[in-house]
Structure formats: C-alpha cells, structure tokens
Design a protein around this ligand. Structure first.
Ligand code: ZN
Length: 326
C-alpha cells in the first residue's frame, strides 16, 4: 500500500515537472503590448444621434418570406441617405436584390485589389423577457460602475427600439449587432470624404439585410454580384468578436480584442416520421415518437469533429504569451 502511494506521488512529481518544462518551452508568440486603451468612448453628439436614430428603426428580419416586413428597411435606406449626404454625393452606390447595399469609394491606384467591409442592418426580434446586463464589456466611459438593470419593458433598461443614450451607453437592438459597426463604417467613410483623403485602394462597404435569418438574399446575393463582376479583394472584414475591457480575461492586464477568424456552421433538419395511430390501451411496440427518438440519438452520436484551426491555435499562443507563468 505504501509502495503504491509512493509510486503515485512519484508519478505526480513527474507530471508536474513535465508541465513546468512544457510551459517554459512552449512557443508562445512574442507580442508587443500596448498600454493604450483599445476602446475609446465616443463623445461626439452628432455621431451618437445618427446611430441612435438608426437603432430606432425596427428593421427586424424574418426567416419566413411571407412575414418579412420591408417597410422599416426602406426607412433605414432613406435614413442613411439623409444622414450621410457626402457619401451619397461622392460614392458609387447600388443595391443588390433591392435591399443589399453596396458603397464604393474609388481609390487612387486601380492596380491594387480593393478592401471590403461588411455589416448588416437587420436585427433579431426584441424578445419578451430579455437580457440581464449582458453587455457590460463595452461602452463604459469611465470606471464608475454601471447602473443596476431595471425591469421596465421586459427587462430592457430602455425600450429595444428607443435608441436611448443614457448612462454611457446606447440602448437598443442592433447597437452591437450590427448597426454599431455599420454606422462606424459610414462615419469613417464620411470622415475620409470630409478630410478630402483619397485612399490608394478602392474601398467597398456592403450591408446585408437578412443576416440574422441566413443571409441568402443579402450577403449571398451581394457575393454573387461581386463574383459576376470578377471582383476580388485584398481583405474582407466582417462582424467578429468584442473588445473586452481590461480585467475581463483573467491574467491579462490589458484590453483584449477577440478577433473572429472563422465561424462554426450549423445544420437545421426537419425530421418527419410516420407511424400508426391508436389508443393508449393498446400501444404499438414501436411508435412514431420512438422512431423519431432513435433518429435524434443517431444524429447526436455522429457530431462534427471538433478542431482547432491554425488561426485559433495562433490565438491561444498569443494570449498564452501575455499571461503570467502560473
Ligand atoms: Zn450580426
């Protein structure tokens, strides 16, 4: 018995030493750390009000084409045209499938491949009982604690399409996903025009309107249009992760930007099973429910293989290199 314990202890020590050596030798990426705050709160009232105005438009997409209400999407198109007159004067603008919006700024060197920035202007429905303080990692102008969540309008601090600007935040559907990015892109574009800057590369902005329900009429048709025109891009930027404030990731003493480089796919299946009807006094040996359950179980048993893509691996190496030894 004593011998066995000793062997176990020895084994533990070996594992521990192995861990230490492995940690010391692991090829963590060397990165330059910056003390600069990655996220700077906006203090420009006109920028805020343009975004808040966009949040007010309830452009909720719907997976059922018969229930898709397009009126708010028309309103949204008019709203950005009115909000960014310079962009509408100076950029080439066209729509794909009526609501997919493409903006093109001509660069000075047409030999270079253009850049593409994506976003979408549909949002998910506001839901009924919703979100208890889920978004605390963004939009905090100071260190002062956020106000407590109230319970008006089904647990929203402010109504989902109010676009309320309060307590250092903008409230509403789409502020994060993805009108925030859409308006940031338009603001940046307007600034380029105001400053009379001319980038070398052509810059494209492309905004879909059904991302939350699959993007088949928006992003997919825009992509097909680009392909038809033989357009290729030097880089494509789409919605991704968040900028987590200092302290959000344990062991890292700076803001952390989570850059999404890949997205898991998904599969929706409709399973139809036929069986005999009957009475519970004489149940058949195999019911439709039972058959359906077997199908479910087999599906669950054959899941997609998980994998760590090279980019994700690099992410762990980077983040590990910024963490203390322990
Ligand atoms: Zn989105």
């Amino acid at each position: 018995m004593k011998k066995l314990l000793l062997v176990l202890l020895l084994l533990l020590i070996v594992i521990f030493i192995g861990l230490v050596i492995n940690t010391l030798l692991f090829p963590f990426a060397k990165i330059k750390k910056s003390d600069a705050q990655a996220f700077q709160p906006i203090s420009n009232d006109s920028i805020l009000s343009r975004l808040a105005g966009g949040i007010k438009i309830p452009s909720v997409s719907n997976g059922d084409p018969n229930l898709f209400v397009y009126a708010p999407f028309d309103t949204f198109k008019q709203y950005i045209a009115a909000s960014y007159p310079l962009i509408h004067q100076q950029l080439e603008i066209y729509t794909v499938h009526s609501y997919g919006l493409v903006f093109k700024l001509k660069g000075s060197n047409s030999n270079l491949l253009p850049l593409l920035f994506l976003s979408h202007y549909d949002v998910v429905p506001p839901g009924s009982a919703e979100i208890k303080n889920k978004s605390e990692h963004v939009f905090r102008p100071s260190d002062k604690p956020l106000p407590p969540v109230s319970t008006i309008a089904e647990d929203w601090n402010y109504a989902p399409f109010s676009g309320a600007v309060a307590d250092g935040r903008i409230y509403g559907r789409g502020t994060l996903d993805m009108k925030g990015m859409l308006f940031s892109l338009l603001e940046a574009m307007q600034k380029i025009l105001l400053d009379k800057e001319r980038p070398e590369r052509d810059i494209y902005l492309a905004f879909g309107f059904d991302e939350e329900v699959g993007g088949e009429l928006g992003a997919s048709k825009i992509a097909a249009d680009f392909k038809r025109k033989g357009l290729r891009f030097e880089a494509v930027y789409d919605e991704g992760g968040l900028i987590l404030e200092k302290g959000s990731v344990k062991g890292i003493h700076s803001d952390v930007a989570l850059i999404g480089c890949a997205e898991k796919g998904f599969l929706s299946l409709k399973v139809k099973v036929k069986g005999l009807g009957g009475h519970s006094s004489m149940p058949p040996s195999e019911t439709a429910m039972g058959k359906a359950a077997v199908i479910m179980q087999r599906l669950e048993e054959q899941q997609m293989k998980p994998m760590i893509s090279p980019l994700i691996q690099r992410f762990f190496q980077q983040i590990g290199g910024s963490m203390p030894f322990v």
